[in-house]
Write a new protein. Structure first.
Lengths: 447, 354
């Protein structure tokens, strides 16, 4: 236990972020501790395996006493542990709710794999993450002030913050009339079905009170991501005349191809989904018809044709709708595209998408499939020429070679700026994308 | 941050905007090189925070969020100009060529200063709040008397702006028309005190009352900080007297590693300032206007990672200083009381004391 303040003698363990057997990298967060001055996160000073945690949550540790024992070095044991941890990380990734695309595959297999890993780790102590029983209310001065102003009794609240700390949200929920019991049951339900859709009470990037208990009317300030979305949509619809083309696609061969590729080691740890193939199809169509990757520059009376494609992906994040892009997506092959989209989704979900990531989109894809709808009419992001909207892939009746059969069918729509792009060009582009998805393997080889 | 008086050349979205008094004079390569400086200084800051949490540094004063102000100001300096920092000017030390491990010697408590100020034209950090500003004015008056074509740049924060030293320094600089530029990084908090409590008028307006110009600049705008500082330094060298620059910015991290900012400010405010990040907006500019590719940025981040590893090695390799060496630099010439202290300490050590 280092002295993390100036002359402190002890600190209390608030939350362990690693468990025995974990392989940690340099500066990886190990534990939160609370000193007389602050709650601080201690980063790992070593690369190695966690052998012993010398205290439990709630324990007070003296400065200069052991906190964690590591095994550092290169014999066989740490390597074996490392492999196991990587597996766990992959499983975790598969269990996450999917933000974009159809990334969750093989969900039924997951519980079995999990239990096997647990079995292999019998000697390891269970990770301690439950906060100690609270005897006094733990929160911060601004939250205490808020509770006082609103007349909320802190002692009655269900603390959701790290280490049993009452958060501003807890107080706001109580103020808006949601009882602790309701909060508790809802959070349990969410945990039990961790791959289910995000809670329905999210709206414009925030948690709103449910119908039954919220105020009769609520006013939400327009700022941040919400303001960006509102401005962009108004600018687009007021300045760009937009038209739409539709097509239904037999995507069976695409889903079959994905199923066969997912087992391939080159795609380990990479999210492979229909979106990956659709992105490749878009780039292929743009190479064939560069006009679709264009924008109208009204201030210079020019149309800009771009022979590079920065592929925007509309992402539903906790903060709201954002559209980061994959730069020079036309240069990527299947593996590259899958990796780039995975990285983009992870970054968006973590909320670390930067302004630079969102600049310079030339073509956008929006995927409404995860929400179980067939199609939508998208609105162009301002300054772009076209946006492709992807619906869900679902089994449907389909006529093939004059025979009625059941196929994996998907609907695509593409909105375009009718100032420079006409219906004929948009239709050709969409038909090209559809053809690509109906038989993706030869189309990818031809690239 | 809608403020008509705020000088801004680069918006948070990375778009260039015109200003009646200042224009960007930098090339794409120069901006990229300054981008690199900002990334390395942020990495220096993050690694130092980790080292402190691991018990390898006694204290650290984070600079994250203020890189645009510091690299902008630091790169506007001419080689012979002299700088007087407080304890958070890691970006200025970097621009002046002070080896970063020298900066960390002070924070590891193995040195009482760290370097020869004349060698780098950069004074050692002043921990006493605002005292460096008074020293800077005294130095600037010396420059004036030497007839040298040099300017002095000194740094302090919105908290230190309430110190008597700083206000006395303003009086002296104004009365003697000293060639000094006061660079105030208003990072919104003097430890936990909001800057709106420190001053009931925008800080830059105080300068007018002392008789010299004050400019408020977007402190997260690298280009504006560079151009405004450069113009103020040129004015000082040409005999135009002092200028106060208020760089309007935000400390993204804690005051020091002994502080917990969540106790006095709300996350929503930090979120707003994330969108004004100096590094990201410069990156957006480089992509948009100068066709910089992902490979350029990846190279910088790899360089920063290697830099951090070496910095860590350097810190861990620092030995313990000879206890008697603390007497060496208290005075430049022998001093009887210091000599007596040294003798007593030596006797104590000889008897096994600590």
């Amino acid at each position: 236990m280092p002295d993390v303040g100036e002359g402190l003698i002890e600190a209390e363990i608030v939350l362990w972020k690693v468990k025995v057997g974990d392989v940690v990298v340099l500066n990886q967060p190990l534990v939160d501790v609370e000193t007389a001055k602050a709650v601080v996160e201690l980063p790992s000073p070593f690369v190695g395996t966690v052998v012993t945690l010398h205290g439990a949550v709630g324990d007070t540790m003296e400065v200069n006493t052991p906190l964690v024992t590591f095994e550092v070095g290169g014999d066989d044991t740490p390597r074996a542990v490392e492999a196991q941890v990587v597996h766990d990380a992959l499983d975790d990734q598969r269990r996450e709710p999917v933000l974009i695309g159809y990334g969750v595959a093989n969900e039924d297999a997951v519980p079995a794999r999990r239990s096997r890993h647990r079995g292999a780790r019998d000697e390891a102590p269970a990770p301690v993450t439950t906060p100690p029983a609270r005897t006094t209310v733990r929160t911060t001065p601004p939250v205490r002030l808020l509770a006082k102003q609103w007349g909320v009794d802190l002692a009655t609240l269900n603390a959701t913050g790290r280490g049993g700390v009452i958060t501003r949200d807890d107080v706001e929920r109580a103020h808006h009339g949601v009882s602790p019991a309701v909060v508790a049951s809802r959070s349990t339900a969410v945990t039990a079905t961790s791959s289910a859709a995000p809670t329905t009470s999210r709206f414009v990037g925030r948690e709103i009170a449910p119908w039954s208990t919220g105020s009769r009317e609520e006013r939400i300030p327009v700022k941040g991501v919400l303001k960006a979305m509102a401005d962009a949509m108004l600018q687009s619809t007021s300045q760009q005349p937009q038209a739409v083309v539709w097509v239904r696609v037999d995507a069976t061969k695409t889903t079959e191809l994905l199923a066969s590729l997912k087992a391939h080691p080159r795609f380990a740890g990479v999210r492979l989904s229909p979106l990956t193939i659709i992105a490749l199809a878009v780039c292929d169509a743009a190479r064939q018809y560069p006009g679709i990757n264009s924008s109208f520059d009204a201030s210079n009376d020019e149309v800009i044709v771009r022979r590079y494609l920065n592929l925007g992906i509309a992402a539903d994040t906790p903060r709201g709708l954002i559209v980061p892009n994959v730069k020079d997506a036309d240069q990527l092959d299947l593996v590259g595209m899958a990796s780039a989209l995975s990285a983009l989704v992870t970054t968006a979900r973590e909320g670390t998408t930067t302004p630079a990531d969102m600049l310079g989109t030339t073509f956008t894809i929006t995927n409404v499939g995860p929400f179980k709808v067939d199609a939508a009419m998208a609105i162009l992001p301002p300054g772009t020429g076209a946006i492709l909207c992807v619906g869900q892939i679902a089994p449907a009746a389909w006529v093939r070679d004059g025979e009625l059969c059941v196929r994996d069918v998907m609907e695509l729509s593409m909105t375009f700026d009718h100032r420079q792009i006409d219906g004929a060009l948009a239709s050709r582009v969409l038909a090209h994308i559809a053809q690509f998805l109906e038989d993706p393997a030869p189309a990818m080889l031809a690239q | 941050m809608i403020d008509e008086e705020l000088v801004q050349l680069l918006t948070p979205e990375g778009e260039l905007v015109d200003h009646p008094d200042y224009a960007c004079s930098l090339s794409g390569d120069e901006i990229f090189s300054m981008y690199r400086d900002m990334v390395i200084v942020r990495r220096l800051c993050n690694e130092s925070t980790s080292l402190q949490r691991q018990g390898q540094l006694a204290l650290w004063a984070p600079v994250e969020g203020q890189e645009g102000a510091q690299i902008g100001a630091g790169r506007a300096l001419a080689p012979m100009d002299f700088t007087f920092p407080s304890y958070r000017e890691h970006g200025i030390a970097w621009c002046r060529g002070v080896p970063p491990e020298q900066v960390l010697r002070l924070f590891r408590a193995v040195s009482t200063g760290g370097w020869d100020p004349q060698k780098y034209r950069h004074h050692v950090p002043t921990i006493v709040l605002g005292n460096q500003v008074l020293n800077a004015v005294g130095y600037a008056m010396g420059v004036q008397r030497d007839g040298a074509e040099e300017a002095v740049l000194t740094f302090f924060g919105d908290g230190a702006s309430s110190q008597g030293d700083v206000l006395e320094a303003f009086v002296w600089a104004s009365s003697f028309n000293a060639p000094v530029v006061f660079f105030c990084q208003n990072n919104q908090f003097g430890i936990s005190t909001p800057s709106s409590t420190q001053s009931k008028v925008p800080l830059f307006r105080r300068a007018r009352g002392f008789g010299f110009p004050g400019v408020r600049v977007d402190g997260n705008d690298l280009l504006a900080c560079y151009e405004v500082t450069k113009a103020a330094l040129e004015n000082a060298r040409a005999g135009g007297g002092p200028t106060m620059i208020e760089a309007y910015t935000y400390r993204m991290g804690a005051h020091t590693t002994s502080d917990d900012p969540t106790r006095y400010r709300v996350d929503a405010e930090v979120e707003v300032w994330k969108h004004r990040d100096p590094i990201e907006r410069t990156k957006a500019l480089l992509v948009r206007e100068y066709q910089m590719k992902p490979a350029n940025f990846i190279a910088v981040s790899e360089e920063a990672e290697a830099f951090a590893l070496k910095l860590r090695d350097d810190v861990l390799a620092m030995g313990r200083p000879d206890p008697l060496s603390m007497f060496d630099d208290a005075y430049s010439e022998p001093h009887p009381m210091i000599d007596e202290g040294r003798r007593e300490m030596a006797a104590l050590l000889a008897n096994g004391g600590e």
